[in-house]
Ligand binder design. Structure first.
Ligand SMILES: NC(=O)c1ccc[n+]([C@@H]2O[C@H](COP(=O)([O-])OP(=O)(O)OC[C@H]3O[C@@H](n4cnc5c(N)ncnc54)[C@H](O)[C@@H]3O)[C@@H](O)[C@H]2O)c1
Length: 433
């Protein structure tokens, strides 16, 4: 292998394609580190906002950091790429209606950088991608034909594994995987990540890195599916699922996760399908887990409707629309899906409250304040365990029918998603002693 360290100059400039939850924090972190960062997004309003030093997403600490690096001239945004030493691709990778991967954004971003890629550049895919995307999509579309990968330019897949709400910390401190298309690609990209990541930077191949990222999310999905299946099973049999899980977890080698209203977000509910699609004959567990988790919102809807039909002109108040607590992300959210299904069922009025939701996030949903929701609702349905909901004084639920899909209001008296024969069944808050 050539002495790459001496042949390739130290990167100074960065071009990041996609300025969302991954691209923008990455851009800001690199700008803070001293790199000259050019961020690219196809949405003009996002570009304009960032250039004013503002942000369009909710992420702790990001607003201040973006303001600082934009003011310092280290980060600027545009709708078009430009020449740089390192290119990042951080665009969405959703799935199609048939659950097959939609690589159109990765293709578009790869094609967009191609005219700007020069000898000595690094091209890094961070979007969560199906196996072989780096080799079979990014290389042919992003790399000009006259440049040889592993000799002239260096291409790698480096997945993100950050937790929304902690992105600025985890993007720096988490261990990272660098999967190069060739060993030279791995070596150079690993060296570059080591300039801004304090966690270990672990070298591997592109395809191993792609599978690893998907395997991480499929692992989470399978474990959550077990909790969700158990919660439905326990509920049907008349037991409190959260109590069953709490008791089972007293076994020294058992650690069942908490069930919820389903699995959402654009990672855990999407990525396992990429594995299933790539290896249809060896993914029955992964596919089953997806189906179990996808069935949970309907289970919740059926429970609520059953209860609502016992009340004249019921008002159903739904707490939370985001897919997880304390974030403004509504993509693939089971909470939102449940609210929409309840509205479609036309059994009564459906109100919703989410501190992070605006009309543009949740069109068609009747958004009200927490006070208004609690004042009007006969049934209070906890869907997303945002902090203000978890901290709700229980006396405010007095006289309501309460369904807690997250098991957060678990101090006595416990009211949970309940089975027909459960001793917890359909009782008002607080239950009679
Ligand atoms: N959000 C997370 O917590 C997380 C964690 C790990 C991995 N990922 C993965 O990272 C990738 C990006 O996710 P995200 O959450 O940042 O998505 P996002 O939707 O928040 O951001 C993507 C951005 O890319 C822009 N974009 C689309 N096409 C473009 C193009 N051709 N050129 C330039 N910009 C373009 C969009 O306008 C958007 O602003 C996805 O593959 C996702 O699965 C996300």
């Amino acid at each position: 292998m050539p002495n790459l360290n001496s042949e390739i100059s130290t990167p100074k400039s960065i071009c990041i394609m996609g300025l969302g939850y991954i691209g923008l924090p990455t851009a800001a972190i690199l700008a803070r580190k001293g790199y000259d960062v050019h961020g690219v997004d196809v949405r003009v309003e996002v570009v304009e906002k960032i250039n004013r030093g503002e942000i369009h997403i909710h992420e702790p600490g990001l607003g201040e950091l973006v303001e600082e690096v934009v003011r310092a001239g280290k980060l600027q945004a545009s709708t078009t790429p430009r020449e740089a030493d390192v290119f990042f691709i951080c665009v969405p990778t959703p799935f199609n209606a048939d659950k097959s991967p939609d690589l159109s954004y990765v293709r578009a971003a790869s094609e967009a950088v191609r005219p700007y890629v020069r000898q000595g550049n690094l091209v890094i895919l961070e979007s969560t991608s199906p196996p072989k995307t780096t080799q079979e999509t990014v290389v042919p579309l992003a790399i000009p034909e006259h440049l040889q990968v592993g000799k002239d330019v260096f291409v790698a897949y480096c997945p993100e594994r950050v937790l929304p709400g902690r992105i600025l910390i985890e993007a720096v401190e988490n261990d990272r995987i660098v999967g190069g298309v060739t060993p030279a690609c791995t070596q150079l990209v690993q060296k570059f990540y080591e300039t801004f990541v304090t966690g270990a930077v672990l070298p591997t191949t592109a395809v191993a890195a792609e599978i690893t990222k998907l395997a991480e999310n499929a692992f989470r999905d399978v474990n959550i599916a077990y909790a969700n299946e158990l919660s439905m099973l326990a509920d049907d049999l008349g037991a409190d699922p959260f109590e069953v899980i709490e008791l089972a977890n007293r076994h020294p080698r058992v650690n069942i996760l908490r069930p919820g209203p389903g699995v959402g977000g654009h990672c855990i509910s999407v990525d396992p399908w990429f594995l299933a699609h790539a290896a249809p004959n060896h993914s029955s567990l992964i596919k089953t887990a997806r189906m179990v988790n996808d069935s949970k919102p309907q289970f919740v809807v059926d429970k609520v409707l059953k209860l609502a039909r016992e009340i004249e002109s019921p008002v159903i108040g739904c707490l939370g629309l985001a897919y997880k607590p304390d974030v403004d992300d509504f993509r693939e959210s089971p909470s939102l899906e449940i609210v929409i299904q309840l509205q479609k069922a036309c059994v009564g009025e459906v109100l919703a409250c989410d501190p992070y939701a605006g009309p543009m996030h949740c069109s068609g949903v009747t958004l009200v304040s927490l006070e208004e929701l609690l004042r009007q609702s006969d049934i209070v349905l906890l869907l997303t365990d945002h902090k203000p909901f978890c901290e709700l004084p229980v006396n405010l639920l007095q006289g309501k029918q309460v369904i807690d899909t997250r098991g957060v209001w678990k101090e006595e008296p416990r009211v949970v998603l309940h089975g027909e024969n459960s001793r917890e069944s359909n009782r008002a808050w607080p239950p009679a002693a």
